[in-house]
Design a protein around this ligand. Structure first.
Ligand code: DP6
Length: 321
């Protein structure tokens, strides 16, 4: 009886935004993230006697269109490891429906680990990270807990994530502020492709990330949460500048996104530690300390009535349960 694989989501402090190889999902730059403890995906894979994969998400059977990306990924795995069997996949996302976290990182990391378990591939974490990357780039980082760096590499074997060891605990908490709106979304895959193709600033992004990765690693080593926040916020704003400067231009921001950014600036003027990071959507994740968290949350909830706040701490890597 094979075990269920559990993977937690991660939030990038230095973003992955652009691929030099679409098929292998090889990024132009390294990226660096924090795995979170609240939001995770549980996935179980069973070999079935069938010529098609059967895929359930949250106990609902997915049709061909809904499950195409997962089917393609399973085809990639069959090809990589030279076997033919098909699977029944049972996946449950433990991400509060309104938490505003993308599930592709935890989803593909859990799926890679579930196949590793069922097919007894005996992959080590580096190989598992490579396998997860083939599903979704950011999933390569969810194999590990804590701070994680994804090394861009130059081919399938050299592009993988690795943990950044920290000697002791770091006082960093994430407050996710969810804007309660159904926004028409440009997927990360499409958004980054458009940015690479048409933003005149893309070459500058590649140079910027190289220096910000170095700086943030120094700040992590010193447990300097303010510095981590400063670098992460600057990196996120620079990523969103790539969407605004793409041609045609696009943005993930909503009016409330800007409002939250303004509130964060006000909080900092009051001496409260708060820095923003934003992925391919309108929701804002705020980097806080245990001390600043309560004040930040109170202030946000007082100023904005139509948002939900979710607190997350540092989480662990892949588990088999
Ligand atoms: C903004 O990993 O979802 O969250 O590799 O095309 O599946 P694909 O993209 P994905 O992109 C994540 C983009 C991001 C930044 C990050 O997580 O580094």
């Amino acid at each position: 009886m094979s075990k269920t694989a559990r993977a937690y989501t991660n939030i990038a402090l230095i973003k992955y935004w652009g691929k030099k190889n679409q098929t292998l999902k090889l990024p132009y730059t390294n990226s660096l993230s924090l795995t979170l403890d609240r939001f995770y995906t549980d996935t179980k894979a069973c070999v079935i006697n069938n010529d098609q994969d059967i895929i359930y998400l949250n106990q609902t059977l997915l049709d061909q269109t809904q499950s195409q990306r997962i089917r393609n990924y399973l085809d990639t795995i069959r090809q990589m490891y030279s076997f033919n069997e098909h699977f029944q996949i049972d996946t449950v996302n433990h991400v509060p429906t309104s938490a505003g976290f993308a599930s592709s990182a935890s989803g593909f990391a859990a799926l890679a680990a579930a196949i590793n378990e069922t097919k007894q591939l005996n992959l080590d974490k580096k190989q598992l990270s490579i396998l997860a990357r083939n599903g979704s780039g950011s999933a390569s980082r969810s194999i590990y807990g804590g701070f994680v760096e994804w090394i861009a590499g130059s081919d399938n074997e050299t592009s993988f994530a690795q943990p950044i060891e920290t000697e002791s605990e770091i006082d960093l908490t994430i407050l996710s502020v969810v804007i309660n709106k159904n926004v028409k979304k440009i997927s990360s895959t499409v958004g980054m492709e458009n940015s690479v193709k048409s933003s005149p600033f893309y070459p500058n992004w590649v140079t910027l990330v190289a220096s910000e990765i170095k700086e943030i690693k120094q700040a992590i080593a010193k447990k300097d949460v303010q510095k981590i926040g400063e670098i992460a916020e600057h990196n996120a704003m620079s990523m969103h500048a790539l969407t605004l400067s793409a041609n045609p231009s696009f943005t993930y921001f909503e009016p409330e996104t800007i409002k939250i950014l303004q509130i964060i600036h006000e909080l900092r003027q009051k001496g409260i530690l708060a820095y923003a990071t934003i992925d391919a959507g309108p929701n804002v994740k705020i980097i806080c300390t245990k001390e600043s968290l309560k004040q930040v949350q109170k202030y946000i909830e007082e100023q904005l009535s139509n948002v939900t706040c979710v607190v997350a701490n540092i989480g662990s890597g892949i588990q088999y349960i």
